[in-house]
Ligand binder design. Structure first.
Ligand SMILES: Nc1ncnc2c1ncn2[C@@H]1O[C@H](COP(=O)(O)OP(=O)(O)OP(=O)(O)O)[C@@H](O)[C@H]1O
Length: 307
């Protein structure tokens, strides 16, 4: 179990993190979801032991982690932190980068392990290529494989799929998170990608300006965002006055109806989304968004009900 208690942290006089008190059970996957600059990387660096926190404690399995002021080599050996800049060695092969921290005493075992990791990140075909020659996304996949090579107890991932194209991203995420679950590796992922947080975490912590504003399971957070800011991470959110109350509704929660007592809207534009259309419409002079299975003409009037 990881226990984090950070009263406050700042690089300068300015406070970057405040009142972060949480624990993560062994084997769980947590996403820290928040916009750029809200403090996600700073939190991961503190947990790993790269930054000293004056007002707070980090505890793993009842042992307090003392941080860079007490450790000669920053970072804890049982934690791996995958930073946004990968930190790979450009002039050696993909396989040797992945095997960097693996013992050379058992060469056969090392070879098998590297082959297994190459498969997890779908880089088998590149094993002997120098890292220098890889694309950004390929480098990120090598860095991911290297981070899990020695099976850390706790893995901290900072925007781990940011350079990887959509085509590969989904398969890779499924592979990686399934592997971590299978091995019981606890994982904290910092991301601004709500889709990733929804699909691959046991719990999401929404961060804003250095503190958590809502913590829920993905389902609960999506169905019950506490305010328009949280909801906006999951798409175009509608803030509607219904029966004298303000309600936050996502586009999928509004459907076209024949019920003339429902809210009446006028279509502005239809956006094709692949599996459906997102319709932009006017309701009481305010833009409103809903999903539909076909597109509508500008100016068309219709009724919507809340599902
Ligand atoms: N080394 C540093 N010295 C001073 N301020 C810093 C330093 N690193 C980050 N900051 C500031 O701390 C705040 C939080 O930054 P942090 O990198 O933790 O955010 P983030 O949520 O990870 O953003 P991103 O997703 O863009 O990486 C920002 O205001 C940033 O400018």
């Amino acid at each position: 179990m990881l226990n984090v208690n950070i009263e406050s942290f700042g690089y300068t006089k300015e406070t970057v993190l405040k009142n972060l008190n949480f624990s993560v059970e062994k084997g769980k996957h947590i996403s820290i979801l928040g916009e750029s600059g809200c403090g996600k990387s700073t939190l991961l660096k503190i947990i790993y032991g790269l930054l000293h926190v004056e007002h707070g404690t980090i505890v793993w399995e009842d042992n307090e982690l003392l941080g860079p002021n007490f450790n000669l080599v920053p970072g804890e050996p049982f934690i791996k932190y995958l930073a946004q800049d990968f930190d790979l060695m450009p002039y050696i092969s993909v396989a040797d980068n992945i095997g960097k921290h693996l013992s050379r005493r058992f060469m056969q075992h090392r070879k098998e392990r590297i082959a297994e990791l190459l498969e997890v990140v779908d880089m088998t075909a590149f094993a002997d290529i120098h890292v220098k020659l890889l694309s950004g996304g390929q480098k990120q996949r090598v860095a991911l494989a290297r981070a899990i090579a020695k099976e850390p107890e706790l893995l901290l991932l900072d925007e781990p799929f940011s350079h990887i194209d959509n085509f590969r991203r989904n398969a890779l995420r499924r592979n990686l998170y399934a592997y971590l679950k299978k091995e019981g590796i606890t994982c904290i992922t910092a991301t601004h990608d709500s889709e990733e947080a929804l699909s691959f975490s046991d719990e999401i912590k929404m961060m804003r300006k250095g503190t958590f504003i809502q913590t829920e399971t993905p389902e609960a957070l999506f169905q019950n965002p506490k305010d328009a800011y949280v909801a906006s991470f999951f798409g175009d959110v509608n803030s509607l006055e219904i029966d004298g109350k303000t309600r936050l509704l996502m586009p999928h929660q509004l459907v076209v109806s024949k019920d003339e007592s429902a809210i009446q809207v006028e279509v502005l534009k239809s956006y094709f989304k692949g599996s459906h259309y997102l319709i932009e419409a006017l309701f009481k002079n305010k833009k409103i968004y809903f999903n539909a299975y076909k597109s509508f003409q500008k100016g068309q009037r219709m009724y919507l009900i809340n599902t």
